[in-house]
Design a protein around this ligand. Sequence first.
Ligand code: HAM
Length: 416
Amino acid sequence: MASLRSVKGMNDLFGVEALSLGAVESLARNLAKRWGAEEVRTPVLEKLDLFVRSVGEATDVVGKEMYAFEDKDGSQLCLRPEATASVARMLVQHGILRDHPRFRAFYAGPMFRRERPQKGRYRQFHQVGVEFFGEPEPSADVEVIALAAAILDALGLDDVVVELGSVGCPECRPSYREQLVAFLRQEADQLCELCNQRTETNPLRCLDCKSASCQAVYGDAPLPLDHLCDACDQHQAGVEKGLDRLGLDYRVNKRLVRGLDYYRRTVFECTTQKLGAQSAVIAGGRYDGLLGSVGGDEGVAAVGFAAGTERLQLLAREAGTEAGLSPADVAIVTDRNQGVDEALVLMQGLRASGLVVVADLSDRGRKAKTKWLGRTTHRHSLFLEADGSARLRLQGMETQAVHPEIAAILQVLSSN
Ligand code: HAM
């Protein structure tokens, strides 16, 4: 029978891959805690309408990349492509903002987009992210960007650039959009097919086109940051001032736009040259009003970001800062299956004292067990002999340096 394989673009994670992804998540979780964010978990399956209403039907994420299907009861469901909309829905559904008008959420988990897989781009990938609700002030944007920078810093990723822009608000965007569409229509025969389509559906996304010939045309295009209303302008100035005050490096990118429709005002991306075509590692911005599109209060402000966990992991690997497999503290083997009960008691004690213990208590002979010890990463090994004595082998350590718990247990063993 043909062997079964995982779905294209969806990876099994084991060994160092699983461990280091978990380590990146823990690092982000611990930092987010320092920013006052509490962890939330939302389901991976959501109603399709959630993303149609928030991320937007004309976006690639919703229009082309969704894993959507009809459930047995006829409802339209999908695997979540991102978590911002889900967290917003959760807040509205449970009335969380009634008790916590300012609520900071952290999440980590898998997202699903049917994109063409390549380095740093998968169909099931992971994100760590934060969403701050109820904070309209520019200082919240500054804090969010500072947290993104702290994650990059903690992973030793010093060549990632923070790009900052603004896409305006419902006051100023419609007139800017009109000017942009007029420009795009005028240049239509110079633009690629996709940009011509986007002119009618999602014109701001044209500025993000990868084609060099389109980009040459966009050198003269009206840019969002030059067409902000006074309030958006002031907000942007407040964000820049705050980042300057913290001494955080960033680059204002007047043509920065995002692939999701819900953004208002601040948008930012942390980008690198090291991931081939996938330049964004962390991306986010402000999305005041999104709560309204999922049935909540339109007036609630919100700002956040999500990081591609695998992308952080890949970069950390290249920078030599990836958290790898940590060795077990003790590996225990018995003489065939003699003394298994004693070994179990010993292991229980060592684990209770916080040590990582691996063991081979099987019926296999000394040769096989020695081989197993050689393949297992551990700091100390303990061979329990059939006569009840124990042989301790310490890696790179003097006998005196034995962990006190092991020393105490060895003493008990040897006195028996
Ligand atoms: P996004 O730009 O769609 O934004 O994704 C954020 C990050 O997720 C990207 O910068 C990238 O690192 C990672 N990512 C996206 N797609 C893939 C993929 N196919 N494979 C691997 N990594 C990927 C959002 O998702 C927004 N929800 C961010 C946000 C939060 N804005 C406000 N709050």
